[in-house]
Design a protein around this ligand. Structure first.
Ligand SMILES: NC(=O)c1ccc[n+]([C@@H]2O[C@H](COP(=O)([O-])OP(=O)(O)OC[C@H]3O[C@@H](n4cnc5c(N)ncnc54)[C@H](O)[C@@H]3O)[C@@H](O)[C@H]2O)c1
Length: 467
């Protein structure tokens, strides 16, 4: 007769084995249905798998085998580059789902901050959960790559940057993985999550095969917007790009911890899906910015026109306002796609010219109206977008550089940015400036009263956008 604790363990083990076997069966059923699309099995299999997930998923035990041949690991997930804007919210969310999560990151200050339960940057709602999971011991960070060997799933969120000539570096992820490969173990799942140059997933698959390791690889892109991770991780569908049923099933189980909807693609489709998403947004912003310039050059208010044309007219409801389209992803990913298409990407390159040209256009317009050389110009907002403390690839800094060349003096302020010691208070900017440019539409500026002219391309003040 088993003791009660042993009975519990036995039941859990039975559930896991049954769960893994049933999940594999349903996966086979769905694969079969894909080749026999008229068959009745597909929806039934999907329904039963969802029901299986809700029955067994929540009770899944840590480090348990998911594919039937996964060895025991001390940790469920390790996130490579996990102290950054994408990796940390994901690590926090997974740790809060009762997974044991480790972070490997090369940044010592960021690792220390995470282990001290301090967010290294602002991310709405993440702070209290970070405190909880660090206190519970389900999340820890380290600068030691050996931690990669402890985890059943390895998620990589290292970026693929573009250089100053807009060339992507497809070796960025393989190079970053070079620090970890000696710790790779048979039976691991390797998930690529950052935007990648198309073909990198296949390259990583070849890399692990050359190492002689039995590792499943999947590409599961992150699609959250910075600042909204702690809601969007749980509400957005997760795209899973996988080549083998085993990789698909394991990646699906991993992300089912967070979200109920999984969208299946091949890795190459998923890589493009991520780049297409950011490029689409970037082109939409460029279209609005060009229309703004067109109206503005004729003395017309683009925002009045935009509001009028979209009123009760759903086909135009998605036209964005004019404004700086910046940040670490949109331009970079558009340029990755351009390089992938042998630099034949007229729309993408045009979008870059328009969006990157907006600060130059604004200053040129201001020059026509004002004697900038004799003026102090104040820039309100240095983060790349509203409500954020992130200055990466912010066009406010491009605006600052242009104005520093043209104006007598430039003062900059931001209510959220803490990383730039040259920033001054809003009060000082308002007191000392002859002209203001509202560069980032932080809500803090909504009720602003200033005695000098303000260029407000976002219409934060509701007075129109003519410059
Ligand atoms: N920021 C977003 O909103 C967002 C959204 C979706 C996708 N992405 C994509 O995610 C990727 C990462 O973006 P991010 O904003 O998290 O970047 P980030 O700079 O905030 O974070 C990257 C982290 O990786 C660490 N790191 C760098 N090289 C490393 C290495 N070799 N080994 C271990 N750690 C290393 C850094 O110290 C840093 O903590 C990018 O490709 C980006 O395009 C970003």
């Amino acid at each position: 007769m088993l003791a009660p604790a042993q009975q519990d363990q036995f039941c859990d083990a039975l559930k896991e084995v049954a769960g893994a076997e049933a999940a594999r069966f349903f996966q086979l059923e769905e694969t079969f249905a894909q080749y026999h699309p008229d068959g009745p099995e597909a929806p039934a299999a999907a329904d039963r798998r969802a029901s299986l997930h809700s029955t067994l998923g929540a009770g899944r035990r840590r480090g348990a085998p998911r594919g039937g041949r996964v060895p025991n690991f001390e940790t469920d997930v390790v996130i490579v580059g996990g102290c950054g804007h994408v990796g940390l919210p994901l690590a926090i969310a997974l740790a809060d789902s009762d997974a044991r999560v480790a972070i490997f990151d090369v940044s010592e200050p960021a690792v220390k901050a995470v282990n001290d339960a301090v967010l290294p940057f602002d991310e709405r709602g993440a702070g209290p959960i970070l405190e909880r999971v660090v206190a519970a011991g389900t999340l820890r960070a380290t600068t030691k790559p050996s931690v990669v060997g402890d985890a059943e799933s390895v998620i990589v969120v290292i970026a693929t940057p573009v250089d100053e000539h807009l060339n992507p570096d497809p070796q960025a992820i393989p190079r970053a993985l070079g620090l970890c490969t000696e710790y790779f173990r048979d039976g691991q799942l390797l998930v690529l999550r950052s935007s990648v140059y198309p073909g990198v997933t296949a390259q990583v698959e070849r890399m692990v095969a050359d190492l002689g390791r039995q590792i499943e690889v999947a590409f599961c892109p992150e699609r959250i917007a910075e600042g909204h991770a702690m809601t969007e991780l749980f509400t957005l569908p997760q795209i899973v790009g996988a080549r083998t049923p085993e990789a698909r099933q394991r990646a699906t189980a991993l992300f089912h911890r967070l979200t109920s909807t999984i969208v299946d693609l091949e890795p190459e489709e998923a890589e493009l899906a991520k780049l297409f998403t950011n490029t689409w947004r970037y082109i939409k912003f460029a279209a609005a910015n060009q229309l703004f310039m067109m109206a503005n050059d004729r003395g017309l208010d683009f925002e009045r026109i935009r509001r009028a044309l979209s009123q009760d007219y759903p086909r135009a409801a998605d036209m964005p306002s004019a404004g700086f389209a910046a940040g670490p992803c949109l331009l970079k990913d558009t340029m990755q796609l351009a390089a992938f298409n042998n630099n034949n990407f007229t729309l993408g390159h045009s979008a870059m010219l328009v969006n990157e040209g907006l600060p130059l256009y604004l200053v040129a317009r201001l020059e026509q109206e004002y004697d900038l050389a004799s003026m102090t110009v104040g820039i309100l907002g240095m983060a790349f977008k509203a409500g954020s403390d992130d200055t990466r690839s912010s066009l406010s800094y491009k605006l600052k550089r242009i104005l520093e060349f043209k104006a007598k003096r430039v003062l900059c302020t931001d209510p959220l940015v803490t990383t730039d010691p040259t920033l001054v208070s809003l009060e000082q900017v308002l007191a000392d400036s002859d002209l203001l440019v509202l560069a980032t539409p932080h809500t803090e500026y909504a009720g602003l009263h200033a005695t000098v002219p303000i260029a407000d391309v976002w219409n934060v003040l509701g007075r129109g956008v003519r410059v």
